[in-house]
Design a protein around this ligand. Structure first.
Ligand code: SF4
Length: 260
């Protein structure tokens, strides 16, 4: 299993995000030039409110982008307004995907780059969590399709035969005393997060599920690790277990003793 996702780059998402903002500002400005005479005819006050609202909105997004760029490139935490960062990403993300497609860049690559940027955000927080506050969230497709053991309710039912990565991941969760669950979809993942109330999530999934999962879990910080799909999507996927351990050790409060 190769570490293919470690090569993912932050530059793609960041470059597309800046380009998206510039394109949107230009388009909005041109649109405003076109419709403002009509809006002014209706009411000067309405025109003033619309114009100022657009200005404030784009100033916020611009500020959000600046915080994202500073955090990503200086690798220091400048994410002072979490909601503005969230608004910026939610607003610009679909445009980055669309622009990427115009340049022949797949949705998967843009999503992967975004996950990479998100992981930088998590790292720059330099915050440590107790084992009980961390939750490892795994996709069901990691389990061998021909394995008859039901592990979705309780991953501890796995017999650890070693035919899939669940066995090694289970060892890892026991070693560090960190909770680990399998989610068969976004709805169940959200339910598990509500039930377990983690303060930090380490999620394994494909690009699409990681992007939606990271956004759904907000404001809980989530670190994303991409699964590998040697047999195609959604079946017998793999993960680099060392990558999970590395991510875990970066956030685990090691003053609290782990189970060896
Ligand atoms: S390690 Fe073996 S028993 Fe456990 S889920 Fe994978 S195939 Fe099933």
């Amino acid at each position: 299993v190769s570490k293919s996702n470690s090569a993912s780059s932050k530059h793609l998402f960041l470059g597309l995000a800046v380009l998206s903002l510039l394109s949107l500002v230009t388009l909005t400005y041109l649109f405003w030039l076109f419709i403002s005479p009509r809006v002014n005819e209706i009411s000067h006050a309405l025109a003033f409110i619309c114009y100022q609202s657009l200005r404030v909105f784009y100033l916020l997004i611009g500020f959000g982008i600046l915080m994202i760029l500073a955090t990503s490139y200086l690798e220091k935490n400048f994410l002072i307004l979490g909601q503005v960062i969230r608004l910026t990403i939610q607003f610009l993300f679909p445009v980055t995907v669309w622009l990427g497609r115009l340049f022949g860049i797949t949705k998967e690559r843009v999503r992967e780059s975004y996950v990479h940027v998100n992981n930088i955000f998590v790292k720059t927080r330099s915050k440590r969590y107790k084992a009980k506050d961390i939750l490892i969230l795994l996709p069901h497709c990691l389990q061998r399709t021909d394995c008859t053991i039901r592990i979705t309710n309780d991953i501890n039912h796995c017999a650890q035969c070693g035919r899939c990565d669940i066995a090694a991941l289970l060892d890892l969760s026991r070693k560090y005393g960190v909770g680990m669950v399998i989610a068969t979809g976004g709805t169940l993942a959200r339910k598990l997060i509500v039930e377990r109330r983690p303060k930090f999530i380490l999620a394994v999934a494909c690009q699409r599920d990681l992007v939606s999962g990271i956004q759904d879990a907000f404001p809980i910080p989530s670190y994303g690790v991409l699964n590998l799909r040697p047999e195609g999507p959604c079946q017998n996927t793999r993960v680099v277990v060392e990558q999970i351990e590395e991510a875990l050790l970066a956030v685990l409060d090691r003053d609290v003793h782990t189970i060896s």
